[in-house]
Write a protein that binds this ligand. Structure first.
Ligand code: ATP
Length: 424
């Protein structure tokens, strides 16, 4: 059943193993959902019976039921339909297999499975990560979630890679709770823009994640779930292989693309289990424009929060002399001018001091945790982000939008290519 632009109160009775899918229009009012009877979940998080959930513009939702249920939906949805075919049984089988590996790791006191989810864009990679993490949490596990998808980062703002110990199921409207995530600034929306830097950050992230697995027993046995970029061809594929090696993955779940699956079977060591999974028919394709809107939305939420949990950012001036601004990557030198022993691609990971200039207006700056302004800045994780909302070249000051009041936690700032126009 597909019915467009429903605005009334509607009741849906779902058979076991069915899914109610809907989208909320980009400029629409809110949509409210209540579970009346039975059991249901949204991307692995159980819905509480009788509680009303609110979905805002742009939401794309699937309510799945293992046992059957009745759901009430109020508000104007763009599309709403019940799907009888879903890959949820396959996804749940993957979870069961990971659980067996986790139980074995407990017995042998080894680390639990490190799983990577791969596939082209818009195949439901982030959603599958969410489902597997939620199922693991519901079994009492404490897995680490790693997101290296810099285009549509789910842990911090776009242009970042991050890791998070997941302690409770994701909230239906807010995602995973963001307590103390580990965040690295890459500063570009695709790994293509600086492959060398991306690889270096992956290696650093893998070292830290493995250290975390060593120190916490529960997390060690629960393992890691890694979300990746949809760039799966050529250099993108090589990046995926590199990530797999760096994290020493045990399992790769490939969504939708058989070619990628076959290449991985050919190129990964035999002990890595590679599983092909079909994508859900519910996954919504997003245009470049929609992707860029989602990026803006993530940054807006970083500073201003959501309608449910509003945040109140600060705006203040800093003198140029109070900060040390850097960018990563110098312009390439012709081969003939390269210092002895330097390779042409080395310029990509050079730390370059910058004088503030009008070109950085509206750019995001990462506040580094680095103590000194040396090469460690490149591989330091970050305390947070600020946005340059204006620049005064005469007074030599910058106005920054910041989640925290002045002073900044550190004066070492790194320029990101990501921009944000603050319309508040
Ligand atoms: P990317 O290309 O950014 O890496 P992805 O492969 O991670 O994308 P998702 O972000 O998981 O894809 O899914 C794309 C969109 O489809 C999301 O808005 C998600 O909420 C929606 N979606 C996923 N599964 C379903 C489903 N079964 N029914 C309805 N919507 C869904």
């Amino acid at each position: 059943m597909t019915e467009d632009k429903k605005s009334l109160l509607q009741e849906y009775k779902l058979e076991p193993d069915n899914e109610l899918r809907f989208e909320v229009e980009a400029k629409a009012e809110k949509v409210y959902l209540t579970l009346k009877n039975g059991l249901a979940e949204i991307f692995g998080t159980e819905i509480v019976k009788g509680k009303t959930y609110e979905f805002t513009a742009g939401a794309k939702v699937a309510v799945y039921t293992w046992q059957g249920c009745t759901i009430e939906v109020k508000g104007k949805t763009d599309v709403i339909y019940t799907a009888k075919e879903t890959p949820m049984v396959l996804y749940s089988n993957c979870h069961a297999a990971l659980e067996i590996m986790r139980s074995e790791s407990e017995k042998e006191n080894k680390r639990g499975p490190i799983t990577m989810i791969m596939g082209p864009t818009d195949v439901g990679k982030s959603t599958l990560c969410k489902i597997l993490l939620n199922y693991a949490i519901r079994m009492g596990r404490r897995p680490i979630y790693v997101d290296i998808d810099v285009g549509q980062s789910t842990i911090s703002i776009p242009g970042t890679l991050g890791a998070l110990v997941v302690e409770r199921p994701s909230s239906i409207d807010e995602g995973f709770s963001q307590e103390a995530p580990l965040v690295f600034n890459f500063g570009h929306k695709s790994p293509e823009h600086n492959s060398k830097l991306y690889k270096m950050i992956i290696d650093q992230l893998a070292v830290i994640v493995k250290e975390r697995l060593e120190v916490n027993k529960k997390t060690r046995h629960s393992g890691v779930i890694i979300n990746t970029c949809g760039w799966v061809k050529g250099e993108g594929y090589k990046q995926l292989l590199h990530t797999g090696k760096s994290f020493e993955v045990d399992v790769i779940l490939v969504l939708d693309q058989e070619r990628l699956y076959n290449e991985l079977v050919r190129d990964m060591p035999n002990y890595v289990k590679i599983v092909f999974l079909q994508k859900s028919g519910g996954v919504v394709e997003r245009s470049q424009h929609a992707r860029s809107e989602i990026r803006d939305q993530r940054i807006r939420e970083y500073f201003y929060g959501t309608t449910k949990k509003q945040l109140y950012p600060h705006s203040f001036d800093v003198k140029w002399s109070e900060i040390k601004l850097f960018k990563i990557g110098a312009p390439p030198l012709p081969d003939s001018c390269l210092p002895h022993g330097m390779k042409p691609e080395d310029h990509l990971t050079k730390l370059v001091a910058l004088t503030p200039n009008p070109g950085i207006l509206h750019h995001i700056l990462a506040v580094s945790f680095a103590e000194k302004e040396d090469d460690n800045v490149i591989l330091s994780h970050v305390a947070g982000f600020v946005c340059v909302s204006s620049i005064d070249t005469e007074r030599q000051t910058l106005t920054l939008l910041s989640p925290q009041p002045k002073p900044l936690p550190n004066n070492i700032l790194v320029l990101s290519e990501i921009q944000f126009m603050d319309s508040h």
